[in-house]
Ligand binder design. Sequence first.
Ligand code: CA
Length: 238
Amino acid sequence: MLSLYFCTVKVILLPILFVMTCLLHVKADVLFSDSFEAYADGGLPSPTWDVYNPSNLSLAHVSNAEASVGSQSMYIRNGDSKFSYLEQNTAINISGNPDALVFSFDIKGTYSLASHEGLSSFEVDFGSGFETVLSDLGELQGGDHTYTGTTLTLSSTASSSTAPFIRYAITVPKTYFADVLSASTVRTKLSTKSGWSNLNFYVDNITVTAIPEPSSLLMLLSGFGLLFAGMRTRNPRS
Ligand SMILES: [Ca+2]
């Protein structure tokens, strides 16, 4: 009876515990997420964001006119050749010793972004001041190739205006934010600029995600292997 008990623990429970532990360890960590659903329509997205608009702050506010996620987004109306920005007020803690951080957001203009400017810059602050990651319509910045894996994907969400939402995703590896900067926190900042008067922008679905270390993924796979082996041992006819 005792041997049956130990056999049960060894063959079934231990692999399950191992897999559960690994799952907790590699769970995709969303460090920050905001799709502007929690704010009042027409209001500012405070206290999460600091908004700057040179013409009139009332021309930058949360709106229910367009959205890539949910029903609201951040609306920004730029005057002729002017820019606005959306700056994160509270620093995000970089937890879990991630292998990389992925910064993502959706943005659209009410005219073609390519011909009338649009995303002026995307910046990150790892605790030592904002630095430009993307500028001029998503061109990757940094001559030292600090940033990798920039992807632009068209949103599947239908849009009533000219330009669809475009999703940006920028990967910053640990070799930069941890090894070079010893960063423990990060903030984001997104700026828009128009070459026309009254070019409107909508920003939505801003996320910061931590990518786990590869060793954690290997642990998870080996955990599943142990679980599978345990099931085979328990039921040898299968
Ligand atoms: Ca939204």
